[in-house]
Write a protein that binds this ligand. Structure first.
Ligand code: SF4
Ligand code: SF4
Length: 208
């Protein structure tokens, strides 16, 4: 059954950019001087990839390091809500008015005072990228981001300065205060009581 599936899907053709270099890796590279031209261009027939000078190709839809194009983020929080390991931390600041548009034309009304992704906790499920309405959150091809200090795996994408954050927070607080002062206070004596619904029992009519 599996063999039939592989034959029908032509899996060899689809995997060829990734698998074939290894199928050809039957022998080590001939010893040549690093000073010779084309030393790093030799890709076939080698058993060892000379990393980091040579790298293996990675699939376009692979899941590696996350990136948020913060200019296109509307701070909707969907990515943080769906994340199974809570590694996305967002601090939103609401704005009283629209302050911009993303590249796909979506209105921006919330600032991101903080948008951190802790890749040390991430399980690379990709759910956050699938729910993102503006497609600003994507998996990149960057897989080599090892660090000595694990706290450096917490990547911040927010680009606001402390002064900007304070100013935006104050704007929102002022807006809320102004709104509260103009909202009329409801008169408790004039509250109309809704009549209680009482279902009537329909008299049973016997068929004649
Ligand atoms: S890939 Fe999965 S685990 Fe990683 S941040 Fe996105 S939702 Fe969370
Ligand atoms: S789902 Fe996308 S737009 Fe919404 S907060 Fe996350 S990255 Fe920003």
């Amino acid at each position: 059954m599996v063999l039939l599936y592989l034959r029908n899907t032509n899996i060899d053709a689809r995997l060829s950019p990734y698998v074939l270099p290894y199928r050809k890796a039957r022998k080590s590279r001939n010893q040549i001087s690093i000073q010779e031209s084309g030393y790093f261009e030799k890709q076939n027939g080698i058993a060892t990839v000379q990393y980091p000078h040579e790298t293996i190709p990675v699939p376009d839809n692979g899941r590696y390091k996350l990136h948020n194009e913060i200019e296109d983020c509307i701070v909707c929080d969907k990515c943080a809500k769906i994340c199974p390991v809570d590694c996305i931390e967002i601090e939103p600041i609401r704005s009283a008015e629209e302050f911009g548009k993303t590249s796909d034309g979506t209105t921006k009304r919330i600032y991101a005072a903080k948008f951190d992704i802790d890749m040390a906790k991430c399980c690379f499920c990709g759910l956050c990228t699938t729910v993102c309405p503006t497609e600003c959150l994507t998996m990149t091809k960057e897989y080599d981001f090892s660090v000595f200090d694990i706290t450096k795996h917490n990547f911040g994408f927010g680009d606001m300065t402390i002064e900007e954050i304070e100013a935006r927070k104050k704007e929102w607080e002022d807006h809320q205060a102004a709104k509260a002062s103009t909202t009329p206070v409801a008169d408790s004596t004039s509250i109309s009581v809704k009549p209680v619904f009482k279902p009537r029992i329909k008299p049973l009519t016997k068929p004649e």
